[in-house]
Design a protein around this ligand. Sequence first.
Ligand code: AMP
Length: 347
Amino acid sequence: MHTSTPTTAGGPTTAGGPTTSRVRRITGLKPTGHLHLGNLTGAIRPVVDGQYRAETIVFLADLHALTVTHQPERIRGLTLEQATMLLAAGLDPDRALLYVQSQVPEHTELHYLLECATGYGEAQRMIQFREKSAERQQVRLSLLSYPVLMAADILLHDVHEVPVGEDQSQHLELTRTVANRFNARYGDTFTVPRAVHPAVSARVMDLADPTAKMGKTSASPAGTVFLLDPPEVIRRKMLRAVTDPGRTVEYDPQRRPGVTNLLEILASCLGGSPAALAADYGSYAQLKSAVAEAVEGILRPIRTRYTELARDPGYVRRVLADGAERARENAADTVHRAKRAIGLLSH
Ligand code: AMP
């Protein structure tokens, strides 16, 4: 029996999913490139810290990585690398659920059912689809339906909260719309999740162009600190970071984006406020050196643990296989509910 009413108002509603006193959250990481400092600050650390407060689900979104030109070998390698990195950064597989999306076929099964509740125009209006399809001559159909698969990823697990950056807000809104529509049309089936937005200060900017976000595919690799970069490479990238005209170290996001980014990275490593930290440094050189040291202090233990885990890929694969098995238990229940509601099963 489903007892709750669907909502469009923002709060989570539970529809037939398992009762849980704790908030349940989901995060997906797409294996399209090597992980960098922005991923650590904006995605990995919040997930690792959050596993003690919320029921945490993390999946490697390898199906989403197929929506644009891809290399099969690279997807497989990056999927394992990202899973290993999450474990190295402290994700506890006994506490959180970690798995690979393609190993849980219910994602694609629910995707299809949700496509039957989504308008073509709705999918076509997604800003990300319009931008990405405009850049390409050949557009895969999966790029259009990507947000519907994302809706399936989320709704499959009856999650209450989804941490999303600005770029995914519209997709989460579509998830809520489709879930509410399905519930209204076929009876309460899905929990309608709400978005939680990370702090703006969690954003790490490109070291070579501090007005752009640090990303896996930045124009210049010199602006991106990859988590597996050797220490000397990280130090060199930090020391060469673009700063701003002027000499004094000041926290000023508008006029000093370069220095501000360095102060925010420092604050995220050491704690404290970036504006207050500015007073401790008399020159850009001193600041850059301190940031290089602080980042290395954070990355060294992660790198050491990564190296240990990477020696035994069998262990990581077992964690993923076990995660997929556990994920399927809940996922199968949701798909069953959805199939019954939409008219495919009688009970
Ligand atoms: P992406 O690497 O673009 O697939 O991003 C995966 C997740 O990492 C995003 O949803 C963000 O939470 C986080 N992320 C990516 N780039 C940054 C960045 N420069 N600063 C902070 N968080 C980021």
